[in-house]
Design a protein around this ligand. Structure first.
Ligand SMILES: Nc1nc2c(ncn2[C@@H]2O[C@H](COP(=O)(O)OP(=O)(O)OP(=O)(O)O)[C@@H](O)[C@H]2O)c(=O)[nH]1
Ligand SMILES: [Mg+2]
Length: 443
C-alpha cells in the first residue's frame, strides 16, 4: 500500500465498530471482495509472466522499466538513484532477497480474510476499492498482536461469554490492561469510564467490548488530534526531515529503510543521512536498505565522524537536489547517557538552524517488547530530541502491544507508524481504528 492508498483508506474512515447485525452483509461484502482480488491476482500473474517472456527475448532494460512501474516509482526518484552523492549501493548478492520479494498475496477465504474485510468495510471502504496489500497487512497486524490479545481479551471473553459484565470482570480487565503494559493512566481512564457506564446500565460482553474499543480509540487519537496532523506524510514542495532516534537495536535503521521504500513507492524523492557514525557496519546496513528503494545515502566513513556534520552535509545535499524527504538515521543510545543525549540535542539544533522552513519530525522508535521501559525512553528522548511522534516496532512476537496506550496517554505523543516484521512492507502508517480492532479481535 502506498501513502496515496493509505490516505484514501483513512479519508473514508468512519471509525465505527463492527456490529453483529452487519455480519450477514459483511460476509457478502467479503465474498465479493475476495472474488475480485483473486481474479486481479491471476491477471497480475499472467502480466508478469508476459513481461518475463518479452524481456527474455528482448533486453534487460525492459525488466527494469516494468518493475519500476509496478512499484509506482517516479521518474524523479530514479534520477536520484543514478547519482547519489555517495553511492553505497551494494552488489545484489549482499541484499536480502526474501525480504525484497515479499509481495503481498491473497490467502484463503478464511477467518483472517473475513475479519480484515470487516475492518475495511467498517471504515467505509467499498469492496471494489480494497487491495491485496491492505488485506495482507491487516492479517499480519492481527497476527502480530495475537500475543497481546491472548493475554488481554481472549481470556476475558472466553471466561464470561455473553453474560452481563460484572464488577469482577472489570477488575480482571484492569489486570489485563496493566499486564499488556497499557500503563496506569490509560488503565484508570478506561476503567473509570467503564465503571461509570455500568452504574448507568447493564452491558453484555459485546457491548462492553464495543465500549472498550471506543475508549481505546479515544486515548490513542487524542495526541494525534492535538498534533493537527492526522496522517503523517511528507509535504510536497518543501523539505521534510524525519529524524529517527531511540535506544540500541529497537529497529531505527529498519524503520527508516521501510519508510524510504514507502515514500519512493508513493512518488516522493528521498535521501538518507547516515548519522549513525558509531557503528562501522551501520553505513553498510543503510546502503542495503537504500539500494532496495534506489535512494541515495550521505555518509562519512571516517571513524568517529561527527554525526552532526553528516546531518549538515545531508541537508545541503537535500536542498540542492530538491529532495522531498530526508531520513536521518542515528546511533542507538541509552536515555541515561547524558553526553549521547546532548549529541541528539546538537543534531536537532543543526536541523532547526539549517532548515528553518522544513517540516521536521523527530520520531522515537520503540521496541514494543520493552513495554513500560518504552515510556521512560519516550520521556527522556522527548526532551533531548524534541520528539514529535513515535514508531512502535516488533509488534510481531510481543505481548506488550498495550504500550501504545501508555505512550499516548502519558507521553502525549502520537503514534505514527507500526512495524510488525522484518520485511520491507511490514510497516504501515498508524491507523487507530485498525490497531484497536486487531488488539481486541475475537478469535
Ligand atoms: N520481528 C521484527 N524484527 C524487527 C522489526 N523491526 C526491526 N527488527 C529487527 O531488529 C533488529 C535491529 O534492527 P535495526 O534496524 O538494526 O535497529 P537499530 O535501532 O537501528 O539498531 P542500532 O542502530 O544498533 O541501535 C534487526 O534484526 C531487525 O531486522 C519488527 O518490526 N519486527
Ligand atoms: Mg541502526
Amino acid at each position: 500500500m502506498t501513502y496515496n492508498e493509505f490516505k484514501r483508506t483513512n479519508s473514508t474512515s468512519s471509525g465505527e465498530n463492527i456490529s453483529s447485525e452487519e455480519e450477514v452483509d459483511s460476509i457478502e461484502w467479503a465474498k465479493q471482495a475476495y472474488e475480485r482480488l483473486k481474479s486481479e491476482q491471476e491477471k497480475n500473474k499472467l502480466k508478469k509472466q508476459e513481461i518475463i517472456e518479452v524481456s527474455k527475448s528482448d533486453s534487460n532494460l525492459k525488466i527494469q522499466e516494468s518493475s519500476q512501474e509496478d512499484l509506482g516509482l517516479s521518474s524523479k526518484s530514479s534520477q536520484i538513484s543514478e547519482e547519489p552523492s555517495i553511492d553505497l549501493r551494494l552488489n545484489s548478492e549482499n541484499s536480502s532477497e526474501p525480504l525484497l520479494n515479499q509481495e503481498a498475496s491473497l490467502g484463503d477465504f478464511d477467518n483472517t480474510f473475513t475479519w480484515s474485510a470487516e475492518v475495511l468495510a467498517a471504515q467505509g471502504k467499498s469492496s471494489k476499492d480494497i487491495s491485496i496489500e491492505q488485506i495482507d497487512w491487516l492479517g499480519r497486524l492481527r497476527q502480530g498482536l495475537e500475543k497481546t490479545r491472548q493475554d488481554f481479551v481472549t481470556d476475558l471473553l472466553n471466561e464470561y461469554g455473553d453474560d452481563p459484565l460484572t464488577p469482577e470482570v472489570v477488575d480482571d480487565l484492569e489486570t489485563s490492561l496493566l499486564k499488556a503494559d497499557a500503563g496506569i493512566a490509560a488503565t484508570d481512564q478506561i476503567l473509570d469510564a467503564l465503571r461509570q457506564r455500568l452504574n448507568e446500565e447493564v452491558l453484555d460482553a459485546d457491548q462492553g467490548l464495543k465500549f472498550l474499543k471506543e475508549k481505546l480509540c479515544e486515548i490513542l487519537d487524542e495526541p494525534i488530534k492535538s498534533s493537527g496532523i492526522e496522517v503523517l506524510f511528507p509535504q510536497k514542495g518543501s523539505l521534510n526531515i524525519w529524524l529517527f532516534v531511540g535506544v540500541n537495536g529497537v529497529g531505527k535503521t529498519t524503520t527508516l529503510g521501510k519508510i524510504a521504500n514507502l515514500a519512493v513507492r508513493s512518488g516522493y524523492s528521498a535521501l538518507i543521512a547516515a548519522a549513525d557514525t558509531f557503528r562501522a557496519a551501520a553505513v553498510e546496513q543503510l546502503g542495503v536498505w537504500a539500494e532496495r528503494s534506489s535512494v541515495g545515502v550521505i555518509a562519512n566513513k571516517t571513524s568517529n565522524a561527527d554525526p552532526a556534520a553528516v546531518v549538515f552535509d545531508s541537508i545541503g545535499a537535500a536542498k540542492s537536489k530538491e529532495i522531498d524527504l530526508l531520513l536521518v538515521d542515528t546511533a542507538g543510545r541509552l536515555q541515561t547517557k547524558n553526553n549521547l543525549m546532548d549529541e541528539l540535542t546538537k543534531i536537532r539544533k543543526i536541523i532547526t538552524k539549517l532548515a528553518p522552513n522544513a517540516n521536521v519530525e523527530s520520531l522515537l522508535v520503540l521496541d514494543s517488547s520493552q513495554g513500560q521501559n518504552g515510556l521512560r525512553q519516550a520521556m527522556a528522548f522527548a526532551k533531548s530530541a524534541e520528539l514529535t511522534g513515535v514508531v512502535i516496532t516488533k509488534l510481531d512476537g510481543s505481548s506488550r502491544g498495550g504500550v501504545a496506550l501508555a505512550i499516548a496517554s502519558e507521553a502525549h505523543l502520537p503514534i505514527r507508524f507500526i512495524g510488525a516484521g522484518e520485511g520491507i512492507r511490514d510497516l504501515r502508517p498508524f491507523n487507530t481504528f485498525e490497531f484497536v480492532e486487531a488488539l481486541l479481535a475475537k478469535n
